[in-house]
Design a binder for this molecule. Structure first.
Ligand SMILES: NC(=O)c1ccc[n+]([C@@H]2O[C@H](COP(=O)([O-])OP(=O)(O)OC[C@H]3O[C@@H](n4cnc5c(N)ncnc54)[C@H](O)[C@@H]3O)[C@@H](O)[C@H]2O)c1
Length: 422
């Protein structure tokens, strides 16, 4: 195990800079030296260097060309927070250069891209983690813990969502040089599935005893971005004359080999409050994120309130003491994204320092990222079912290459999860 690691940050937009300016974990104390930063935009590069110097770190190597970063011999790992379109190119090059990859979330543009990640990983053996922070969310981990302990009985269905009013972010995309704008103009798909599908996939043992078989996606019309552009920029603004391709609400239903169904929703073009719409439906209980409640079969109080459930809203809190995941039991130091970023970053750094298999690996990444491509095809075909590739080539029936430490999200050790004894 290494005491210190040398890390580069590639992509210095909102996310990359946030990692440096508001360090999710205390870098120096945790043995992380950010030795290089990269972005094609010079002003962001300057901002990153300034932020690091102000934090007391040494001046990093700064470049607009990620290939120069990857040629640094001493580098252990790269954290990649680039625009969606550049994810696969940079991650593949980093694996080829032998640097442990931490790839930010986002979707794919082709199945070929997903396979590029898989094949490069298999050919190089360079480890890779998909940085899906929501897998380490407090409630997501609590529900994973409860599912594994049999609290829900057989889980037959899960819901998830990315409901986030992105009208301002998308329509200021030109000023902010943000990739979402062009994606919303040209694509119509479930474009950001991983925050909700990651935790659900772990609950359903996807790629480790189960797999996604098919999906069907449906997109509503696209009205929200246009009406917001007219409202905020005026009818004569060029953006107000654009027909956005991206539907305001995209609903996707996934069928699993184990018989379970999953519904995920993308709602980013309408006014609304944030929600990941997380739900776990089992034979013994149901969890509903939107009112943070658990309904438990046979619970007298719950059954008494079946028709007027409002008094029970928020009752999931009562189960925290018993069921909080061990990773959340002792509290977490940072409140970025409710602490889940902190736990995820710890998981990543632990994996890099020990050069071990990541808890959310390249097979998970390809599976989650492929949803964008498959949903695009399904929407274009009026909701027709589209088959998921099996990126594990059959190994999902008996996986051995999975992480085995306290950050593990998979069922391991013949179902006796290590984290219960940690
Ligand atoms: N996990 C989370 O909660 C979370 C939150 C926000 C963003 N993200 C993810 O982080 C990534 C970045 O998002 P953002 O909002 O910061 O976007 P952004 O547009 O603000 O930043 C992306 C940056 O990548 C740079 N870039 C593009 N191509 C590059 C290349 N080849 N080499 C180096 N840099 C390159 C761009 O110049 C830009 O500065 C996305 O994948 C996004 O999905 C994750």
């Amino acid at each position: 195990m290494k005491d210190r690691i040398k890390l580069a940050v590639i992509g210095l937009g909102q996310r990359g800079l946030c990692m440096l300016k508001n360090p999710i974990i205390p870098m120096k104390e945790e043995g992380i030296d950010v030795v290089a930063v990269c972005d094609p935009l010079e002003d962001r590069l300057d901002e990153a260097v300034k932020a690091l110097l102000e934090s007391g770190a040494e001046k990093p190597f700064a470049t607009t060309n990620y290939k120069e970063v990857l040629s640094l011999k001493e580098l252990d790992s790269v954290y990649i927070a680039v625009s969606w379109e550049a994810h696969v190119e940079v991650a593949v090059a980093a694996m080829k250069a032998g640097k442990y990859v931490g790839l930010e979330v986002g979707g794919a543009y082709s199945l070929d891209d997903c396979y590029k990640l898989i094949h490069t990983y298999e050919e190089t053996g360079t480890e890779f983690m998909f940085m899906e922070n929501c897998c380490y969310g407090k409630r997501e981990l609590m529900m994973l813990n409860m599912v594994r302990q049999g609290f829900f009985g057989d889980v037959v269905h899960c819901n998830g969502a990315y409901c986030h009013d992105l009208r301002n972010e998308v329509t200021t995309g030109l000023e902010n040089r943000h990739y979402r704008l062009r994606n919303y103009i040209y694509r119509n798909c479930e474009n950001y599935p991983t925050h909700e599908i990651g935790p659900i996939a772990k609950i359903l043992d996807i790629n480790n005893g189960n797999r996604f078989l098919t999906l069907s996606s449906f997109a509503s019309s696209s009205r929200g971005m246009h009406s917001y552009a007219v409202k905020t920029k005026g009818a004569e603004h060029p953006l107000s004359k654009i027909n956005f391709a991206q539907g305001d609400v995209v609903t996707t239903v996934i069928q699993c080999a184990g018989g379970q169904t999953v519904r995920i929703t993308l709602e980013t073009g309408l006014p609304r409050a944030y929600s990941r719409g997380f739900e776990v439906h089992g034979t013994k209980a149901v969890y509903l994120e939107d009112n943070d409640s658990l309904f438990i079969d046979g619970n007298e109080e719950h059954e008494k309130n079946e028709w007027i459930w409002k008094p029970m809203w928020g009752n999931a809190e009562n189960y925290e003491e018993q069921y909080n995941h061990p990773l959340w039991k002792n509290g977490v130091a940072s409140d970025v994204h409710g602490g889940m970023d902190h736990v995820m970053m710890e998981a990543f750094l632990n994996a890099v320092k020990t050069n071990s298999h990541a808890p959310i690996d390249v097979y998970d990444a390809a599976t989650y990222m492929s949803i964008c491509v498959l949903s695009e095809e399904s929407i274009a075909k009026g909701g027709a079912p589209v088959a998921f590739p099996d990126f594990t080539a059959g190994r999902w029936t008996e996986r051995t290459d999975i992480a085995e430490n306290k950050y593990t999200l998979d069922r391991i050790n013949n179902g006796k999860d290590l984290y219960f004894v940690d």
